[in-house]
Every structure is written in C-alpha cells, then in structure tokens.
Design a protein around this ligand. Structure first.
Ligand code: UDP
Length: 341
C-alpha cells in the first residue's frame, strides 16, 4: 500500500513542487495549508500536473492543535514534511512575536500530534541561514551554526533543535532536517511557481517581475564585496531538484534506511553563482535586456555561501541536475504564464 505523506504548507511554492514529485514517486499526499501566504493557484496547478483531483486538502492552521489532531485522526500519516511557516526575513525583524509564535507553535503541534498518534517520520524544512557568515566555504553539515541574524533565521535553528531533542526522547519519531540554499525557478509545465505577495524580497522573482514590467528596475545590492565581480555569491538550487531531494529523504525515512534517528542534509548545487552572473544568465537564456542598477549593500546579507553536497549525494543518492539556465528559463516561463503571455 502506498505510504501517505502530510505536506504542511503544501499549497505554497516549495510545498506544491514537493507534492508533485511525491505523487510522481507513488506516494499518497495530504495537503494542509492555512492559505495565509498563497491562493489556490499552485494547488490547482498540482492537480493539473498530476491529473489528481482527489488530493485531500485541509485548510487548517497548524497553530491550532485541535485541527492538527483531527487531521491525524482522519488520515494515517507515515511522514510529515513541515513547510507551514512565515518566511520574510525583514518582516520577522519587525514582528518577532508573530514569527516565533507561528513558526514554533505550528511545529510543536505537528510533533505533538505525531507523538500522540504513535509516531511518525518528520522532515523539517530548514535553511542555509543557520550557517550565517561561515568562515569556511563550502559549508558542510558539520560547519558550526552561527547565531541567527533575524527572528526568522532563529526559528529555523530552534526548530532543528526541537526536532533533534524530540527524536532523542521519543523513539517513534525520526527526523531529517534539509538545509536549503537558494531555491529558484518553477515547474517545467509553468503551472506552479513562486507567487510572492507584494514586492518580492528574493532575487529571482524580482528579476522576472522587472522583466515583465511589473517593477521598473532591479537593484543589485552591492558590487563592492570581496568576490570576483564584487557581487554576493549564493548556491541557487532548482525548485524541482529541491523537491526531488524531499522524495529521497522521505524514502530514506519510510524505508528504514536512516543511519541516525536525526539527520541533516544540505540541499544545494555545490556551485557558487554571483548576483551579476545570475542576472547575465537570465538575460542570455531568455534573450532579453533587464533594467538594473547597482545599489548599496542590503543590511544583513552575507558575502558568500554555498553548499558541500557530498552527504546528500552519497546518502540520499540525490544530486541537483537542472542547469541554472534551464531554471532561469522556467522562472521566466512561469512569470509569463502568470501574466497570460
Ligand atoms: N539581491 C539583489 N537584489 C534584489 C534581491 C536580492 O541584489 O532585489 C541579492 C541579495 O543581496 C543576495 C542575493 O541577491 O546577495 C540573494 O538574495 P535573496 O533575497 O534571493 O536570498 P538570500 O540569500 O538573502 O536568502
């Protein structure tokens, strides 16, 4: 019988791509989402891509424990992938209580419900933000975490620790934390992708919105960093590749292949790309000119971060496959799809 995976935050950007890949790999998926940061665009896209109109959908807030336990009462859940969280760094600085309450309570509720229902495999969506400005690059999973520079980043570190400690204490719960680098791009069908509300904070949505004419000009935040072209270096991971890493991690958990009851994997490409290189690649692959200018550095940005992906390559049998050009073409196709062009 197919195993069932609960995807909390499954109607969002990463959650929708993961749902597609889980279904393609033969899993049953239950989606939970409170729709606080998305509409039904991506969930409807998922149904179209998978041809599945029967994906159970719970419009619930994971901060409401009664709703979470009801879901666990009604569905036999073999694994949970927990995405349901707020993710805007700047907003988290302005509204720390909102961020701590939402991101911690929802995860605590998932773990509590999992425990009460006899245990579960839990995959937490963490972030490279936990490494901060690392001294040694690329970062491995052993690279020390540094104090987070925002409440958002802090919730990622704290949730990792909550999962680690819960796994230690509760034998029936196993956990994996995936530390994502910079997820970008969209599904090749252009039916699902990133849907930022308001002015995008992240680079690629800002690029595509500038290219389509929604924004006048992209600001490149700083070209005086100690890098080859002076702009920051990041590890941009294709969203479909990222989604496949989740399938590999879930399989490892449900098939009993874990070496430790709590494991951490970096999910990136292992290749640093500068902001300028990304902008140039976007222009080239999509054959257009982007309106951009050099602006002052953005406070809080680290100069450079990219992943050592050896552990995920070897243990998960997973590796990033799409080129940055393919990914940037998919991001542009998604933006045009949204604009009806
Ligand atoms: N960036 C930029 N202009 C923008 C948004 C981002 O130059 O409008 C740069 C940012 O300074 C960083 C990189 O793009 O060097 C990636 O930023 P993003 O916010 O996408 O992800 P982060 O690495 O901060 O999580």
């Amino acid at each position: 019988m197919a195993k069932t995976v609960l995807v909390s935050g499954g109607a969002g950007y990463i959650g929708s791509h993961v749902t597609v890949e889980l279904i393609a790999a033969g899993y049953d998926v239950v989606v939970a989402d409170n729709m606080s940061n998305c509409d039904l665009t991506c969930f409807n896209g998922v149904k179209k891509i998978t041809g599945r109109d029967d994906i159970p959908f719970y419009e619930i807030d994971c901060c409401d424990y009664a709703s979470v336990t009801r879901l666990f009462d009604e569905q036999k859940i073999d694994a949970v992938i927990h995405f349901a969280a707020f993710k805007a760094v700047g907003e988290s600085v302005a509204e720390p209580l909102m961020y701590y309450r939402n991101n911690l309570v929802s995860f605590l509720n998932i773990l509590e419900a999992a425990k009460v229902h006899g245990g579960c495999n839990v995959l937490f969506s963490s972030s490279a933000t936990v490494y901060g400005e690392a001294e040694q690059l690329p970062v491995t999973e052993q690279t020390p975490r540094l104090p987070a520079t925002s409440p958002y980043g802090n919730t990622k570190t704290m949730c990792e620790d909550i999962l680690r400690d819960t796994v230690r204490a509760v034998e029936s719960i196993k956990g994996i934390a995936l530390r994502y680098f910079n997820p970008i791009g969209a599904h090749p069908s252009a039916l699902i992708g990133e849907l930022p509300r308001g002015v995008p904070n992240n680079l690629v949505p800002f690029i595509t919105q500038t290219a389509i004419g929604k924004r006048e000009c992209l600001s490149i935040f700083g070209n005086d960093y100690p890098t080859e072209d002076g702009t920051c270096l990041r590890d941009y991971i294709d969203i479909v590749d990222l989604a496949k890493a989740h399938v590999a991690a879930v399989s490892r958990m449900v098939d009993g292949k874990m070496k430790e009851n709590y494991e951490i994997f970096n999910v990136g490409t292992g290749r640093p790309v500068s902001v300028q290189e990304l902008v140039d690649a976007f222009e080239k692959v999509n054959d257009l000119k982007l309106n951009y200018r050099i602006a002052p550095r953005r406070p809080g940005d680290v100069v450079a971060i990219w992943a050592d992906t050896t552990l995920a390559n070897e243990e998960l049998g997973w590796k990033a496959e799409r080129t940055v050009e393919e990914t940037l073409a998919s991001a542009w196709a998604w933006e045009r799809h949204l604009a009806g062009k």
